[in-house]
Structure formats: C-alpha cells, structure tokens
Design a protein. Structure first.
Ligand SMILES: NC(=O)c1ccc[n+]([C@@H]2O[C@H](COP(=O)([O-])OP(=O)(O)OC[C@H]3O[C@@H](n4cnc5c(N)ncnc54)[C@H](O)[C@@H]3O)[C@@H](O)[C@H]2O)c1
Length: 391
C-alpha cells in the first residue's frame, strides 16, 4: 500500500547522532518536520540546517508537545529520559516513535505499555528498525512459510569497535546514563529484536556471561556527542560499571506458524571488536535449509542447502519475494542500507497512522520494547548468578 504521508507532521527531540537520521528519513518520505527540541544552540543549528520552522531549546519537550503543528513525536534523546518523554507525549495525544531502549528499567517501561493500552491511545513504536531491512523481512518470510523446515538453532553477533580504547567515551558507558547493560542493551537488543521478529516467537529464558575489559576508562569533562573524537590529554579516569562484551544463550518459545518451538540461539555482543564497525550478523538453521545475513552487506542473504547448491539472494531481484514489496524503493544493484531501514520503518508507522491502523503493525510496539528491557534485566541476573533465568 502506498499512502501519501505529507499531511502528517513530525517533531523531533534530540539533535545528536541519530536525531538527524530520523529527520533525513522523514524528509525522504515527504513527511513535514515542523519542530525540533534540544539544547538551545544545537536545536537552533539543526533547525537552520534542515529548514525546521519551530525550535524548542533548553530541552523543553513539553513546549514542543503543546504545538498544534506536531502529530508524531520522535524521541531521540538519551535513554534515561525516554520514559518520561514518552508518557508525556502520549498524554498530549501525540503518536510516538521512541528510540531504543524504551527505558532504563522494566519497572518504568511497564508504565509506557499501560499508557499505550488505554482506549484511544496514540500509535507507539520503538525504533528497532532492523526489522525493516528487506533482507530481514525476507528471512522472516522464509522461516514463517516453512522454506527452512523446523528451525533448529540460531547464531550470530553484533560487533562494533567504537569503544575499543579506554579513552573512547560516550554517556552509554555510565550505567546511570544509559542503563545497567551497555553492549547488550545498546546493540544486543537490536540482534534479539531482529531474531524475535524473524522467528515470530518470544525469548523464554536466557543464560549470559558479561565482561568488562576496561575496568577503568578515561572521560572528558562535559558532554560528548556519539562518535565524536576528544583529545585524550584532557581526560580523567573513572570506574566502568557496564559491560564491554557478552555471550548470551536464548531459548525461544513456540511460534504460531509451527516452525519454531524451543529453538536455541547464541549471540556474541561486543563494542570492543577491532575492525567491526556495525556488524549485526545472524544465521538461522532449519531441517530443510539455512539463511544468513550481515547488516554490513545488507542487500544479500545466503540460503544454504545440504543437497543442493547454496544461493545468494539479492534485494530487489527474483530471489526476494512479494513479501518485501513496499519496503524497498530502488532496483537491484542499487544498494539500500542503514538510512533506508529507518525510512522503511517510519513509512510503516506513518502508514499505520494515516490508514487508521489498517496496515499491519510490523514495527516494535511498547510491549516489544518493554520485553527487551525485561530481557536485559534477566541477562544481567543470569550473568551474576551463573544460571538460566526465565524472561
Ligand atoms: N536505532 C538505532 O540504530 C540507534 C542508533 C544510535 C542511537 N540510538 C538511540 O538514540 C538515542 C540517542 O543516541 P545518540 O547516539 O543520538 O546520542 P547523542 O549523545 O549523539 O545525542 C543525544 C541528543 O539528545 C540531546 N539531549 C540530551 N538530554 C536531552 C533531554 N533531556 N531532552 C532532549 N534532548 C536531550 C543531546 O543534546 C543530543 O543532541 C539513544 O537512546 C540510543 O540508544 C539508536
């Protein structure tokens, strides 16, 4: 379905790394971006760069919520304010796209779920946009149609290297700012959400081992934007209370389609894996075949068969089926990647709003975001107690 989206108006909170990714994707969809909120200086600069008419400085998101010119709010601020800003947006009657993780604790994210379940509540999505890579949608179709048979196990990783050195700094390193789980909470939940979406089944139990390689790191004075470089000579030491990497085993429950029941998965998550920039890789192994994919080569999936030749299927060619139509805009050989996954996600959310909720809600809901936060707490408990923990 293709629904014009230019009548919907967005307000974006946060002007750091990911805020402008949202703005660019919305502009490519033809959505009007009418308001921006952040520090007075950065919000003003962002408004000038992108031609955004309403500017709300001093992080005054409540003023943005009072604007009659905003239908959908995009929350791209740091984790610790997601719940407060989400609850206020819902109370103001705004639809929400909230960045992941939905919040810092399951106790607080539960409140967002309750607010979205009230009669007449606006649409709420959590930005687990990896669901909207055509490759992920195609893998989901292969699993849920039974093309791979009964799913036996899943493996993979999410590796980055931007926090490899003790002098690399970001607010995510502090549990008080980003949450008690860092590598797993920040990027591991993308992996878990994508696998959950592909399998169509929820994680029932986890077993985890988490490690902090840099027990002491060095930080600059003041705030630093994600991926920004700072002179190490100006830094001071601090004790690290979040993990650099971890191994997680997951046991999935039963899926309605019948091809997943008790499937076992193992994932390695690291933000200190030299050479890996943003590699979310996964392999799904069934009784009839397997499929594997890496976000760093997002346009292809490898289908493996034991008694036939393996195949490389390419986005927007005969290998990708009707299941992904509407989630890809360019012909085969014209790569689509990270920014396009955001665009496809927001298209799905905005079409859902514009159609009066008639299109399928493939996006992650508040309940899905809450489940991820609950899983993070179970993973932390498992790592501390060295036991399987029910999710
Ligand atoms: N979905 C993805 O792929 C993805 C990628 C990166 C980040 N994220 C998420 O996006 C969020 C922001 O991450 P980032 O990397 O852009 O961080 P960042 O530090 O680069 O940017 C955060 C922005 O929020 C602003 N801010 C700080 N406090 C605020 C407040 N109280 N109200 C409003 N704005 C405030 C900061 O000034 C800054 O502009 C995080 O929750 C992160 O997990 C998601």
């Amino acid at each position: 379905m293709s629904i014009p989206l230019h009548q919907l108006r967005a307000g974006v909170i946060g002007t750091g790394f990911i805020g402008p990714v949202h703005i660019e994707a919305l502009k490519r969809l033809g959505v009007q971006v009418t308001a921006i909120c952040g520090s007075t200086r950065s919000a003003t600069a962002c408004a000038q760069q992108w031609g955004i008419p309403e500017v709300y400085g001093d992080y005054d998101y409540r003023a943005l919520y009072r604007s009659p010119n905003v239908d959908v709010v995009h929350i791209t601020s740091p984790n610790k304010v997601h719940v407060e800003q989400s609850l206020a947006a819902l109370a103001a009657g705004k639809h929400v796209v909230c960045e992941k993780p939905l919040g810092m604790t399951a106790q607080e994210t539960r409140k967002v779920v309750a607010a979205t379940q009230r009669a007449g509540a606006p649409v709420f999505a959590v930005n687990y946009m990896c669901r909207f890579f055509p490759a992920v949608l195609q893998m989901r179709a292969l699993v849920q149609r039974g093309d791979l048979g009964q799913i036996i196990h899943v493996q993979g990783h999410f590796f980055q290297d931007w926090l490899l050195q003790a002098t690399d700094y970001n607010w995510r390193l502090l549990a008080s700012e980003g949450g008690k789980l860092r590598a797993v909470g920040d990027i591991g939940t993308h992996w878990i959400d994508a696998v959950t979406f592909i399998l169509g089944a929820k994680t029932e139990a986890v077993f985890a081992h988490l490690e902090t390689f840099h027990k002491t790191r060095f930080r600059p004075r003041g705030q630093v934007q994600t991926f920004a470089k700072v002179d190490p000579k100006t830094m001071q030491p601090y004790k690290v209370d979040t993990e650099d990497f971890g191994s997680v085993l997951l046991k999935f429950g039963k899926a309605e389609h019948g091809f997943v029941n008790g499937t076992h998965a193992n994932a390695s998550i690291s933000q200190v894996a030299a050479g890996w920039k943003c590699s979310l890789a996964l392999g799904i192994y069934g009784t009839k075949g397997s499929v594997s994919w890496d976000l760093q080569q997002p346009n292809e999936i490898l289908v493996g068969r034991r008694d036939e030749p393996n195949q490389i299927l390419q986005r927007a060619t005969a290998g990708f089926s009707e299941d992904v139509v509407g989630f890809t805009d360019y012909p085969g050989g014209h790569p689509e990647g990270f920014p396009d996954s955001h665009k496809m996600h927001y298209r799905a959310v905005y079409e859902h709003i514009a159609s009066g909720r008639k299109t399928p809600a493939l996006f992650a809901t508040a309940a899905d975001g809450h489940h991820e936060v609950k899983l993070c707490e179970a993973i932390l408990r498992s790592s501390r107690t060295k036991r399987w923990v029910r999710a």
